[in-house]
Write a protein that binds this ligand. Structure first.
Ligand code: BEZ
Length: 220
């Protein structure tokens, strides 16, 4: 079954390099980046898992827990991790799910047979503290992901939740936000600072420092 934005992330229990994990319990009140890769002892994956480890402090600053998955065994993961650490000059400090029976990969639709074989592709799920799926990405096996972009998306989601707003192309922390089309300009002036109406449908603004939004908002 396809998973859509706004769906509750399916729960599961699996063996990982950090022991048995019940996914929802492990996630707790954190944001989660669940990402799959095709196989252990492969070059692109070795660079990706290392990059996620190098970004450890950045995930923590944002209240994000990363967790990886491939359809290999815990024993294989444990044998591979020293190579990841050595090559990337880092320490993998997040769990890697072992999914040899493909139960989790199938639950999250991470196996795309058109991609060559029946291992998982490079899926990403950003899941919020309410366990809602907030972003999905699927990359082919041949292309390593850009985890700085995933951090940027987490920033944008967290800012959109706080300000009940949207963010424009390439938005980064500190930049102007977009007033959602659902909010009339007068209401926007009461809610945001420095509202600028470029077109009636394109208004930019700044979120007030003390804004504490109600969570995910739609823009339609
Ligand atoms: C890799 O991680 O290098 C890789 C894995 C599967 C197919 C192609 C590349």
């Amino acid at each position: 079954m396809a998973l859509h934005l706004g769906d509750t992330a399916p729960d599961f229990t699996a063996e990982t390099t950090a022991g048995t994990v019940n996914f929802h319990e492990w996630a707790g009140d954190s944001w989660v980046v669940l990402f799959s890769h095709p196989a252990d002892f492969t070059p692109v994956c070795t660079t990706e898992l290392g990059r996620v480890a190098q970004l450890s402090a950045k995930w923590a600053e944002r209240g994000v827990k990363p967790i990886a998955l491939s359809v290999d065994s815990v024993e294989d993961h444990a044998t591979w991790v020293p190579d990841i650490n050595e090559y990337n000059h880092t320490t993998v400090d997040y769990p890697i799910i072992a999914d040899p029976d493909k139960a989790v990969a199938e639950l999250y639709d991470m196996i795309h047979p058109g991609e060559g074989d029946t291992s998982s592709v490079r899926s990403v799920f950003v899941i919020d503290p309410a366990k809602k799926i907030r972003l999905t990405m699927t990359y082919p096996k041949s292309t390593g992901r850009n985890f700085d972009e995933i951090l940027r998306v987490v920033d944008a989601l967290q800012e959109a939740d706080r300000g009940e707003c949207a963010t424009p192309v390439d938005w980064k922390v500190g930049e102007r936000i977009i007033v959602p089309p659902t909010v009339p300009t007068e209401a926007a002036r009461a809610k945001f600072d420095d509202v600028q109406e470029v077109y009636p449908y394109l208004r930019t603004a700044r979120i007030r420092e003390d804004a504490v939004g109600a969570g995910a908002v739609g823009c339609n």
